[in-house]
Ligand binder design. Structure first.
Ligand SMILES: CC(C)(COP(=O)(O)OP(=O)(O)OC[C@H]1O[C@@H](n2cnc3c(N)ncnc32)[C@H](O)[C@@H]1OP(=O)(O)O)[C@@H](O)C(=O)NCCC(=O)NCCS
Length: 200
């Protein structure tokens, strides 16, 4: 599609902004965060720096960056890079923060301080993972599907046989979307569900 293209460095401010504007279980997180950067620092920007060829953005009719899909074809390698290269300087800063505007902000900062764990599904046939976020005015127009299909092709080309992702249990809209896109629930957690889809 013409309104989807590979992400570029110039897109980064918009990616941070979109990450925040969809941070509250898919809804606008702006009122819940003192720190406007922490969401993008963990859930958007590192993917672009690690593997830009599998990160894509969506433009609206005015050519404004209004959505993205970011991810990696190799979660195990990405997680190692996150822990060793991306997170330490951020952890130095965020470990000083003691005042949170909401549980949502506290939870994101706690996740950033801990970093990605061992994970399971990347070793069980779902090596890729992703995050997709589209601003409200561009939702429901088929853009999510186009971004997803573009991402599937990109990670398949790099050898990924499956993709997994996590969804907040309160984000019921996303559940419907992922099921429509061929994902099934792999595992239930207290915070939501892990979904997976084979790419063969
Ligand atoms: C969830 C999200 C990515 C979906 O993208 P979208 O552009 O709105 O979805 P699309 O219009 O591309 O829908 C693709 C297909 O899924 C279907 N679909 C979308 N939402 C659905 C739902 N809640 N239930 C069932 N089907 C749904 C559409 O009907 C469409 O079906 P079709 O292939 O038959 O036409 C987008 O709404 C979004 O970014 N929301 C806010 C952030 C968010 O929640 N991100 C996910 C965090 S885990």
């Amino acid at each position: 599609m013409q309104n989807i293209r590979q992400a570029l460095p110039q897109d980064l401010p918009y990616m941070y902004s979109i990450a925040l504007q969809t941070a509250f279980a898919g809804l606008d997180g702006t009122p819940y965060f003192y720190d406007q950067w922490c969401v993008g620092h963990y859930y958007a920007a590192p993917y672009f720096f690690y593997e830009p060829d599998v990160c894509f953005i969506a433009l609206d009719e005015n050519s404004r960056v209004s959505g993205y899909i970011v991810g990696t074809s190799d979660t195990r390698a990405f997680n190692t890079w996150m822990q060793q290269r991306w997170l330490p300087v951020l952890q130095d800063h965020y470990s000083q923060i003691k005042d949170f505007k909401s549980e949502a902000e506290q939870s994101v900062i706690k996740t950033l301080l801990k970093g990605p764990g061992e994970g399971l599904w990347q070793n069980l046939g779902y090596p890729a993972h992703l995050h997709i976020d589209i601003l409200e005015h561009l939702q429901g127009k088929g853009i999510g599907k186009s971004l997803m299909l573009t991402f599937f092709e990109a990670v398949k080309k790099k050898g990924a046989s499956g993709v997994h992702l996590g969804v907040d249990g309160r984000n019921t809209r996303a559940y419907g979307f992922y099921e429509r896109m061929g994902f099934e629930i792999l595992e239930q957690q207290n915070w939501g569900s892990l979904f997976g889809r084979k790419l063969t």
